[in-house]
Ligand binder design. Structure first.
Ligand SMILES: NC(=O)c1ccc[n+]([C@@H]2O[C@H](COP(=O)([O-])OP(=O)(O)OC[C@H]3O[C@@H](n4cnc5c(N)ncnc54)[C@H](O)[C@@H]3O)[C@@H](O)[C@H]2O)c1
Length: 359
């Protein structure tokens, strides 16, 4: 029987060198920090283009306080990574020559592909760029891993729960047939198919991960979990479409990072290929999310709104496979994980207010 203890995972990762393509983003920098804690050598490659410092400064819709707090988050990522000994290269993974240079320099044994327009709404507004950042970068990663797969034993793709499309029942597992809708979900599905093709035809070892509705420290993607706590802090109501009965499998970044490190460490090798849902494993309603915000900021007002007609129908991603194969067990339900994040956000908000009033 496989030893799933974290000690065993760490031991399995001894000597690993992990390259994170698109690794300065929300998931990537948290994964880089988690891997460093496990003693693994990490290099991040990022062109700093999406959710970037420059976008933050130039976004005219953002209030001054928002700009300050996001700036703190973005700078915080780099300071934490620097202090943890993560190597960083500012390079564009769409350019094969640039990526080749980082592969030659770092000589990774595992590569995690994270680069993308990470929002389905932004991807829809810019389909060509969505295509390039997801698929041209993946082409380069797969080609470099194909020629070096005796040394690089695993390519991990950050896919998405959106590949499942509208859920037909309450829950899906990795055998549920994907029915992606829209450019973001279809680019993810194509990426999955390409990764499997390189596995079948060229023996590249692969792992596909489907996360969902993440929240956590230093995210600036403005998903509902971030918008709610910000609205509460700026006196705006939390809008609950259809009374807030829509469900998502909200996942705290610490749980995802734990699952990713397990999937890297417990990889069987020998050109194996596997696919894992890595989520909390129990969908919760938007009303549940709002209730946690209210427990942290009691004066916040909740307002019902009519349901949007084309709202995706989502639910739980079963994590039974990750539990059995990786010993994965999510630790953070909304009541503790999201609450912890909201409390951290309130502290960060106050810190930014002080910085601005001192300026
Ligand atoms: N956050 C979520 O809830 C979630 C859920 C499911 C899947 N995902 C997927 O996980 C991945 C990471 O998401 P995230 O939340 O960290 O997003 P993010 O926007 O914070 O990070 C993506 C990073 O990729 C970088 N990047 C984009 N194009 C690049 C290029 N050509 N070369 C080098 N770097 C490039 C960006 O600069 C950015 O730092 C994405 O593929 C996203 O689609 C995220």
């Amino acid at each position: 029987m496989t030893d799933h203890s974290f000690g065993a995972v760490k031991q399995a990762l001894a000597g690993a060198r992990v390259l994170l393509v698109g690794g300065a983003g929300f998931i990537g920098h948290n994964l880089a920090l988690g891997l460093r804690k496990a003693g693994v050598d990490v290099m991040v490659v990022d062109n700093l283009m999406i959710n970037s410092l420059v976008d933050n400064v130039y976004d005219g819709k953002r209030q001054v306080l928002q700009r300050q707090i996001y700036l703190n988050f973005l700078l915080g990522r780099f300071e934490l990574m620097r202090d943890a000994g993560v190597e960083l290269r500012n390079a564009d993974a769409r350019l094969l020559a640039d990526l080749t240079r980082t592969f030659d320099e770092f000589e990774p044994t595992k590569v995690v592909h994270l680069s993308a327009i990470s929002s389905a709404v932004d991807a829809r507004a810019n389909p060509g760029l969505c295509f390039d950042l997801q698929l041209i970068t993946l082409r380069n990663v797969l080609e470099l891993c194909r020629v070096a797969h005796d040394r690089i034993n695993q390519v991990m793709l950050m896919s998405s729960s959106t590949v499942y499309g509208d859920f037909e029942g309450d829950s899906v597992d990795e055998n549920t047939r994907p029915r992606p809708r829209g450019i973001y979900a279809n680019a993810k599905y194509m990426a999955e198919r390409l990764v499997r093709t390189y596995n079948h035809q060229h023996g590249v070892g692969t792992c596909i991960v489907r996360p969902s509705a993440l929240y956590g420290e230093r995210c600036i993607s403005r998903r509902v979990s971030q918008v709610f706590i910000e609205n509460a802090l700026t006196g705006k109501p939390l809008l609950l479409e259809g009374g807030g009965d829509g469900k998502l499998d909200f996942t705290y970044i610490e749980d995802l990072v734990d699952g990713l490190i397990r999937a890297l460490g417990l990889y069987r090798g020998g050109g194996a290929s596997n696919t894992f849902n890595l989520t909390f494993g129990n969908a919760r309603t938007i009303a549940d999310l709002a209730a946690v915000v209210k427990s942290v900021v009691p004066e916040v007002v909740l307002e019902d709104r009519p349901r949007a007609e084309d709202k995706p129908i989502r639910g739980t991603l079963s994590v039974a496979r990750a539990e059995a194969d990786l010993g994965f067990k999510a630790q953070w339900p909304l009541e503790t994980g999201y609450r912890r994040y909201c409390e951290w956000y309130v502290d960060e908000w106050r810190r930014a207010e002080k910085q601005l009033s001192a300026a």
